[in-house]
Design a binder for this molecule. Structure first.
Ligand code: RP5
Length: 339
């Protein structure tokens, strides 16, 4: 018996039904409470990516008629090499997205749009559609999951006294109190960022927040802290003390931890079918507290970071102005919440 030919009318009907479903979901609910948000970094170049197809601001929305749109297909080889169905400890979905059940996947962005229902809209090939629209690239790029890829961002701040030019033109300085954040320089594109990272399968966000902060910004062994602190004040068990203070800071029940943001990230790795979403929490360290003292001793870049520093949160500070992805907006929101 010969196979039934595909019925074009049926295909057209399915496509129309998907468009209607998409229309219901894509009501513009932007991240970070702006009303006219259009992702921008998600359309930019990335050092590990081929060129994206150009997408102008007015072409981003899936509802804009764009018949000539031909996104560049790309999946970085490291993604297939980490297929979790083939490699123990792999962090990527299989290449064939059709074997996945997307009704079991969550997207904060989609959930925000449709009263808590987080299932993702799929395109005519069954791949999840970026809730913010076109990016000029299809496939997964460097991201492991089809659809939403979840991260957590620990924003750690303190007040510090710094010496600044007094503005008299005499070369004299004055002391100024500034707000600073722990920031890392990312190895992948050299941009400064909150020391966040991916939530592992089955991991609690609170655990990711602490793990990423420790791995990227305070990469040290207890002995290092003891050694560093020992040189300063001779206290021996500072490593264990530091660990206990970190545990307390990132504990779910820390009353001083503040929720900042949960949703889409305008990340340069995003594609039409895979994108970053994050959960950002803010931890402000009081001056002269034991943790403040230890963090001033113990910042050290590790894992995906090449440098780490207390970065001054101030317009005019170039590093702050060009923070990675949507991180500047998150920091600004946290600062507003402090006022
Ligand atoms: C950003 O990517 C998130 O806000 C988070 O900071 C980061 C997670 O990715 P990796 O740092 O693990 O690459 O979108």
């Amino acid at each position: 018996m010969t196979a039934m030919p595909q019925v074009p009318a049926l295909r057209r009907f399915k496509a129309a039904a998907q468009a209607v479903q998409a229309a219901r979901w894509f009501a513009a609910i932007p991240p970070l409470s702006t009303t006219t948000y259009i992702h921008e970094k998600a359309r930019r170049s990335h050092p590990a990516y081929p060129a994206r197809a150009p997408v102008q601001d007015e072409q981003v929305s899936w509802f804009t008629h764009f018949p000539t749109y031909k996104p560049t297909p790309f999946e970085h080889p490291c993604v297939a090499a980490n297929d979790r169905t083939k490699k123990a400890g792999g962090w990527a979905d299989p290449q064939n997205h059709r074997v996945l059940d997307f009704t079991k996947r969550k997207s904060y962005t989609y959930a925000q749009r449709q009263q808590g229902v987080s299932s993702m809209v799929l395109d005519s090939e069954g791949r999840p559609m970026n809730p913010m629209g076109r990016t000029g690239m299809c496939g997964r790029g460097l991201l492991g999951k089809w659809g939403a890829n979840h991260a957590a961002d620990p924003l750690v701040t303190r007040y510090a006294e710094v010496e600044v030019d007094d503005g008299t033109g005499t070369g004299h300085t004055t002391t100024k109190r500034v707000l600073q954040m722990v920031a890392i320089k990312r190895k992948d594109n050299g941009e400064w960022a909150i020391p966040g990272g991916m939530v592992d399968d089955g991991e609690k966000v609170s655990a990711t927040l602490m793990r990423e902060f420790r791995e990227e910004a305070v990469s040290m062994h207890a002995a290092d802290v003891a050694g560093a602190a020992g040189k300063v004040d001779g206290v021996a068990n500072r490593g264990a003390q530091f660990e206990a203070l970190l545990q307390e800071l990132f504990h779910e029940s820390n009353p001083n931890a503040r929720f900042v943001y949960k949703g889409y990230v305008d990340d340069p790795r995003n594609t039409d079918n895979a994108w970053m979403e994050t959960w950002c929490m803010h931890y402000h360290i009081p001056p002269q507290s034991p943790l403040a003292e230890m963090l001033s001793l113990g910042l050290r870049a590790g894992d995906d970071a090449s440098e780490v520093e207390w970065l001054t949160i101030q317009e005019g500070n170039e590093r702050f102005g060009s923070l990675y992805a949507s991180h500047k907006s998150m920091v600004m929101k946290a600062v507003q919440q402090m006022q």
